[in-house]
Ligand binder design. Structure first.
Ligand code: SAM
Ligand code: MD0
Ligand code: SF4
Length: 376
């Protein structure tokens, strides 16, 4: 019987030990403010062990908000006929990416809905997507993350070939029954398989979960254990923001404390991974709380005056420039943090990709006997 003693569990995690599911659940269920403070302090200690006081910064470019899917939580679902949509041209994408690169972000996150114009047409259109992404990398001089949905395998291979660093594809939950209500008509296994393929191709993987969508502590613990077993490189949690004109419009909004607790537990259990503090849920006002919980990447930095949208919040803080470095850097400073140099970010991703290569080459030579998922 494991001893559910908070200090004991936090000490073991800070010393890099593995903990069991019941211990993860116990941490996720903490409610006494004193204990939550201890949890956040421990998470910050682990972040400092791996990243010092350095924070990474991600520019977010949602370049097509058309989608063939009907995720129940998402304002861009196909059935939402009211939301204004856009599809940015290559020139517009390059201009916005260039602007963010000049401002000093470390990565460009190229995100889209599963745009039917692309997904239902020939391979030629996907080739144009590949070419656009290649140009963004070349022009901005920055690494790219793609969040494009479940691309065909061949296109994922093309993207790995041109050197795309990251593939983001969020399961939202690892409870298959809950998944089916959140992402109706989309295969649970296919979404997992795309992540595995991208990893096999040498790309870094971001996994993400939603909180406030009816999940239990058991589900959350399962997701964190899934992330540990798969050895994800970036682990995200976002609080569900109810969207009008969608099936979950009347869901009771959940405050941000649960998200903070999940960030802290992910930091403790997953250690040396990147964990976003997204500006997309509570805007700039929510940044400090997420950093306090152990996050080390500011995501959803969006330049104004480009007509770009967020995901969980269509416009929050965008046009008033509050998702820009001018506003973010002072918040980092008040938290005792500072932005990393671009070389530091690229050294981290390169070393992570190198670990992956070594892992796969050992596996090929039969040097690894035990194999659970994709554990490094
Ligand atoms: N269409 C692609 C896909 O679904 O994989 C790329 C977009 S993906 C980055 C959008 C993510 O934003 C979702 O996976 C979900 O985690 C998050 N999201 C969407 N709607 C949200 C909402 N209402 N509240 C909070 N997060 C939301
Ligand atoms: C964010 N709105 O960082 C973005 C998005 C997609 N890779 C990320 C959810 O919060
Ligand atoms: Fe489309 Fe992605 Fe929104 Fe689902 S989450 S409706 S796939 S844009």
């Amino acid at each position: 019987m494991t001893d559910l003693n908070l200090t004991g569990i936090l000490n073991r995690l800070q010393n890099g030990h593995i903990v069991e599911k019941n211990e993860i659940k116990y941490l996720l269920g903490l409610s006494d403010p004193k204990n939550i403070r201890l949890l956040f302090e421990a998470a910050q200690n682990v972040r400092i062990q791996f990243f010092g006081n350095k924070i990474f910064l991600y520019g977010f470019l949602y370049f097509s908000t058309y989608c063939r899917n009907n995720c129940r939580f998402c304002q861009y679902r196909k059935s939402n006929k009211i939301i204004p949509r856009y599809r940015k041209s290559k020139i517009q994408i390059l201009a916005a990416a260039g602007e963010m690169a000049d401002a000093g972000v470390h990565l460009i996150d190229l995100t889209m809905g599963e745009d039917p114009e692309l997904y239902s047409s020939s391979e030629f259109d996907f080739k144009q997507l590949t070419s656009m992404i290649k140009t963004v990398q070349e022009d901005s001089g920055l690494p790219v993350m793609i969040s494009p949905g479940t691309l065909p395998d061949e296109i994922l291979k093309d993207l790995a070939r041109i050197g795309v660093t990251w593939y983001a594809c969020y399961q939202e939950t690892h409870n298959e029954i809950l998944y089916k209500t959140l992402r109706p008509g989309q295969s649970f296994k296919k979404r997992l398989a795309k992540k595995q393929l991208a990893k096999n191709l040498g790309m870094l993987i971001e996994e993400g979960i939603l909180t406030g969508v009816g999940e239990t502590l058991d589900d959350l613990a399962d997701s964190i254990i899934w992330m540990r077993d798969f050895s994800v490189d970036q682990a995200r949690v976002m609080t569900f923001v109810p969207q009008k004109d969608t099936p979950m419009a009347d869901a009771k909004p959940q405050g941000s404390l649960r998200e903070q607790i999940i960030i802290a537990v992910m930091r403790l259990v997953l250690g040396n991974v990147l964990i976003p503090a997204s500006l997309d849920v509570d805007g700039l006002d929510g940044l400090r709380a997420r950093l306090t919980a152990g996050a080390n990447v500011v995501t959803s930095i969006v330049p104004p005056e480009n007509g770009l949208a967020g995901v969980a919040n269509h416009s929050l803080d965008i046009e008033d420039s509050r998702r820009t470095l001018d506003h973010i850097l002072p918040v980092l400073e008040t938290c005792g943090m500072e932005p990393a140099q671009p070389e530091e970010y690229q050294a981290w991703t390169a070393s992570r990709q190198n670990d992956l290569k070594v892992y796969f080459s050992k596996k090929k030579k039969g040097l690894l006997t035990a194999f659970i998922g994709c554990k490094l």
